[in-house]
Design a protein around this ligand. Structure first.
Ligand SMILES: C[S@@+](CC[C@H](N)C(=O)[O-])C[C@H]1O[C@@H](n2cnc3c(N)ncnc32)[C@H](O)[C@@H]1O
Length: 311
């Protein structure tokens, strides 16, 4: 029998033994002392555990609140209540260019980017830096005279396309695919796709002029328009050093784009996906990547929503 039950029994016994005779002998002067005392003991015995539970709960809530406010970004990335299926690693794990020194980021990670101010459907500044540094590192690895090839699923404003071309160097070629505003009817919604993802994909398919338009890296960029499920990958097989999958976030599209990306990747190349943000946001990305991680080694980059695969 638990301590609490023993205490409660004792109190009840006391109450019965003392209260009943006392109420019978209500004129007995001692009952004036016993009755309030018994009531107090009973009340304390019954309410004390409740009170203790409330105090413990309040302390736990306070501790959780402090932890959340101290490390909000990190917790959002890692999941508050459980570990995410894809392991999180530091950016330096992906490429030596992203390793840090005792002074902070190494000079190999020095890149040119524009800040994410008022950009539609874009990526964070840290994510831009990482992608740009990976594009730069991919070019640095190439043998003299050979080209770096980069592919992007989902151009949107073309801000990332611009960063990729700008940082990969003048020998690099960037191919980027997007759905044009007059091609919305070609979008092939899958059975299990979340209607919100379809809506967002079509809403973002609004551009025909891009961030890189008119810049001096434009000649390095090939802009493709069309539905990614209809992309003929014959000329793209095993060609790319770096592939960024950031098209429609509907599950059937993430699955299809990922499958194509696997065929388009060169040995030793990298595929990056955007928007791996936990089970409540961009669910198509979340479920597809978690499923893919069962057969392929994927890692999530800490502090970002990027997931990486290398073959
Ligand atoms: C999240 S935005 C891409 C953001 C961009 N990568 C960046 O970093 O700035 C998604 C893009 O995917 C494109 N998209 C959506 N559905 C598509 C489809 N079915 N085929 C090709 N592109 C699609 C949209 O037009 C939009 O440009």
């Amino acid at each position: 029998m638990s301590l609490f039950r023993i205490k409660r029994c004792t109190a009840l016994t006391l109450y019965c033994v003392l209260y009943s005779p006392c109420s019978l002998l209500c004129n007995f002067s001692l009952s004036n002392i016993f009755l309030p005392a018994c009531n107090l003991i009973l009340a304390l015995t019954l309410t004390a555990p409740l009170l203790a539970a409330c105090i413990v709960l309040s302390i736990l809530c306070l501790a959780l609140l402090i932890r959340v406010s101290k490390d909000r970004a990190k917790l959002l990335q890692r999941g508050l209540l459980f570990r995410w299926p894809i392991l999180s690693v530091d950016p330096g794990h992906i490429s030596p260019a992203l390793r840090t020194t005792e002074l902070g980021p190494s000079l190999d990670s020095l890149v040119s980017i524009t800040p994410s101010l008022g950009v539609r459907g874009g990526i964070s500044d840290l994510e831009s830096c990482i992608l740009a540094a990976l594009a730069k590192a991919a070019s640095a690895r190439e043998l003299p005279g050979t080209q770096t090839h980069i592919f992007e699923f989902g151009t949107c404003t073309g801000k990332t396309t611009h960063h990729l071309a700008l940082n990969a160097g003048h020998l690099a070629r960037v191919v980027t695919l997007t759905l044009a505003p007059d091609q919305h009817t070609t979008y092939q919604r899958g059975k299990g796709d979340d209607p919100r993802d379809t809506h967002a994909a079509l809403k973002e398919s609004a551009f025909t002029r891009f961030y890189y338009s008119g810049t001096n890296v434009e000649p390095q960029i090939t802009q493709l328009f069309g539905d990614s499920k209809a992309l003929d990958i014959t000329p793209h097989q095993a060609l790319y050093d770096l592939i960024f999958v950031d098209g429609s976030h509907a599950r059937s599209y993430v699955e299809s784009d990922s499958r194509l990306a696997m065929h388009m990747l060169k040995p030793g190349g990298l595929i990056l996906w955007h928007d791996y943000r936990g089970p409540w946001r961009a669910r198509g990305v979340w479920s597809t990547l978690n499923a893919l991680a069962q057969s392929h080694t994927l890692v999530h980059i800490k502090g970002t929503s990027l997931v990486v695969y290398t073959n």
